[in-house]
Design a protein around this ligand. Structure first.
Ligand code: URA
Length: 406
């Protein structure tokens, strides 16, 4: 077997066997296949796709590349396919924990223009995302939450492929997304999983058809492994929260947990309610009421503090950039669009996301939206604060095309 034949086969849109997929992907993990060869195969897959059976085989290869965790109690997991300003995990995990619904989750770094939970958590000084199997189990017992990065024992293959996809234009492939997500979910031992499929211009999945196909495949993959998977398909044409950028998003999650209603509140309550209902065998409505209750009585925020401390984070040291550019309206009218895509691109340019595998993230930069779709604005009104890395940072007219005002 050789890698060039495998690349050519997929370039010609032919189905790959288990052995061929294993040869290419495990070979890459071992260092026998070069970055440029795997990039080429990933691009052929992105263009020509994989069948469901090939995707199932790839998921299996991913899972078998590492360990599988098993917990003493049943645990939940939640995953988002990636959005702009998607800070839902940071809000729902403490809500669930406060209701004694454990959540163990392996999260990713940012992918393309979409932010990653791990980058957000790493913006909290001291927060340890490198959990061992023992840490996962201890954290679940201690505070009902364990959220860590991809480790070398759990799906190590996804860790290296994910990083390569991020910088090779191969993030938007449905089979690659499906196997990446499901391998991590299955290996990390969850019994109930909600997957929030983001769909729209600011998401990896742009069309409803693709979102429906991904939803069907995730549920089918879950079924083959005996895991209860529920999916939500949610719009991602606009940013999900008012903050885009790592530390800024943590600040907004804290505000929501303390009871402030922001863009992030509605979707967070929906995802939390779905998981609470599945875990406790309740109706969605009862799950929703419980989620609101623990925000209102302060126990969700207490769970958040306990979790951050358990993983070594020091919230008092969380910092955002002190250099702020105020984006003001140059016309009067009504805001008809707040572009997630523009926010995502600008946040990457500011340094909140990566352009190469080794790019360093600037945790303090980002965008804080001050106006929403439907708001009336006058000339000079503040539309957004842009947290830039330094005073000399140049923003072009193109960078600032976030709002459409008509
Ligand atoms: N989330 C993942 O874990 N993997 C993807 O490929 C996309 C979103």
């Amino acid at each position: 077997m050789n890698i060039i034949d495998i690349i050519n086969k997929k370039r010609l849109n032919q189905a790959l066997t288990y052995d061929e997929l294993s040869y290419a992907f495990n070979g890459y993990l071992k260092g026998d296949i070069e970055d440029y060869q795997m990039s080429s195969l990933l691009m052929a897959i992105t263009i020509n796709g994989l069948s469901f059976d090939e995707t199932y085989m790839l998921t299996k290869i991913f899972i078998l590349s590492g360990e599988r965790y098993h917990f003493d109690k049943k645990v939940c997991d939640k995953h988002s396919t990636g959005g702009v300003g998607d800070t839902v995990t940071l809000v729902i995990a403490p809500i669930l924990a406060a209701l004694d619904v454990p959540i163990a989750k392996m999260s990713g770094k940012g992918l393309g223009i979409t932010g990653g939970t791990i980058d957000k958590l790493e913006s909290i000084p001291g927060f340890n995302v490198n959990l061992t199997k023992k840490d996962y189990i201890n954290n679940i017992n201690k505070c009902n939450i364990a959220i860590g990065a991809q480790t070398s024992d759990l799906v190590p293959l996804d860790k290296v492929i994910y990083a390569l996809r991020d910088v090779t234009g191969t993030t938007e492939s449905i089979p690659l997304i499906a196997s990446s997500i499901m391998s991590k979910k299955i290996a990390s031992g969850a019994s109930f999983i909600v997957i929030d499929i983001k769909c729209g211009e600011g998401a990896l999945i742009k069309t409803k058809d693709d979102a429906n196909m991904l939803s069907e495949w995730l549920i089918k993959l879950g079924r083959r492994y005996g895991v209860n998977v529920k999916t939500l398909i949610t719009n991602m044409d606009e940013p999900l929260s008012n903050s885009i950028g790592n530390a800024l998003e943590v600040v907004e999650a804290i505000e929501v947990l303390k009871g402030k209603e922001t863009r992030l509140t509605k979707i967070s309550l929906e995802v939390a309610a779905t998981l609470i209902a599945a875990y406790k065998g309740l109706t969605y409505e009862s799950g929703y009421i419980l989620a609101k209750k623990v925000i209102n009585n302060g126990s969700a925020y207490k769970s958040f503090e306990k979790w951050i401390k358990t993983q070594g984070g020091d919230l008092s040291k969380l910092k955002v950039s002190k250099y702020i550019f105020h984006l003001k309206s140059n016309k009067e009218g009504i805001i008809t669009n707040v572009s997630a895509l523009a926010c995502g691109k600008l946040s990457v340019k500011l340094g909140a996301g990566r352009l190469t595998k080794n790019s360093k993230i600037d945790y303090g930069v980002g965008i804080k939206l001050n106006k929403n779709k439907g708001d009336k604005v006058k000339v000079g009104d503040l539309l957004a604060d842009i947290y830039v890395p330094n005073n000399d940072f140049e923003l072009s007219k193109e960078d600032l095309k976030i709002f459409t005002i008509e």
